[in-house]
Design a protein around this ligand. Sequence first.
Ligand code: GDP
Ligand code: IMO
Ligand code: MG
Length: 427
Amino acid sequence: MASVVLIGTQWGDEGKGKVTDFLAEKADLVVRYQGGNNAGHTVVAKGEEFKLHLIPSGILYEDKTCVIGNGVVVDPKVLLEELAYLSERKVKTGKLLISSNAHVIMPYHRILDALEEDSRGEHKIGTTKRGIGPAYMDKTLRIGIRIMDLIDDEEFAGKLRRNLQDKNNLLIKVYGVEPLDYDTIYQEYSGYAQKIRSLVADSSLIIDESLKAGEKVLFEGAQGTLLDLDHGTYPYVTSSHPIAGGACIGAGVGPTRINRVVGVIKAYTTRVGEGPFPTELADETGELMRQNGHEFGTTTGRARRCGWFDAVIARYAVRVSGISDFALMKLDVLSGFEKIKICVGYRVNNEVIYEFPQSQKIFKACEPVYEVIEGWQEDITGVTHFEDLPKAAQDYVRRIEQLTETQVTLIAVGPGREQTIVRGEIF
Ligand code: GDP
Ligand code: IMO
Ligand code: MG
């Protein structure tokens, strides 16, 4: 198989960084296709931990070309900081490319993200305040500044002037805060432009050439299915398309070129930010998951909300992305629970439903219907073959496969590259 899309199946933080790094070993090209530095992808390689926000998680292999696709919103300051961080850690980043069509996150996007969140009061989304929503808003409004504009002095100067006039009006008249200074932003961003100019490329063309040459391309999604702007728990979503279809738009590749879709899915569920979460455990069991799984945000440090595995969500993700394989993550975190619960349906308005509801009002009212299965007590962090897992853990994996009608091809039993059980080929 030549091209694989990797997506988050739940609300993000499933372990996409780990699986991307794992699959990148066999890939030639690794492409991020949406989101921005709201993402935090962790890779643990040879005992060292790396946290990536914008740069594809294939970057630890120096021979792989890594591409930031057109669907990503790029904060150039963060990009340069991430490059410096990798350089300090002795990671070579010479094969990184950025799409000239990607949009740029500007200072006013970050400021407006925070101001808009504060003004929502109890209806806040719980955004990462990285300027993601406002940057995608400008893209949709067709006033955004793209990487190609940033590196073209004349275009940049004109677009910045026009945008800043609008944004300063908003800042002064709506929010009553200080306006931003044109010269300061112009100087700062012109400096970034000089530094990233050599990385800018027609990434869709590069991907096409790579696929035609028979190379292997891995598309790395950020966030997760339920944070998708169209298919997630709107309005508690991000402003892009993390589902598999997002890869086609965000990388400029046709759907007939995608061979496989890997859904990265945690053995339980977590969520950061606001919004409904039927299997959430606001008790000591949830706290145990949080502690055992170190469930604190990679980007914002916020405590992640934790709960049992939800098969309704998993099936829904299979539907909207055409997931062919699951990578089941953090199975080790469930070691030690006497009983484990799987949500198989929702009870709502005196009936039981088995499909993800369209209405968030209904989703909010859903009570999980659980199936209870035996837990296991053994430490499984050193297991490398499926047959060596405790029988109860094997049964748990098989039950997930039955409920979702999807094979679990990879199982992660720890953060390290080597802590991965392989049950079939992906590439
Ligand atoms: P991403 O956003 O989907 O890439 O996930 P994050 O990096 O935000 O969060 C996943 C966390 O779980 C990271 O700290 C990983 O190092 C860690 N992790 C990944 N897989 C496993 C696993 O199988 N077991 C354990 N215990 N930790 C894991
Ligand atoms: P990775 O790629 C988990 C959540 C935020 C908030 C909502 C909107 O690491 O899985 P935004 O800043 O995007 O406008 O926030 O989306 N969110 C994530 N949650 N993992 C992520 O990324 C996320 N990126 C955004 O917490 O609820
Ligand atoms: Mg994350």
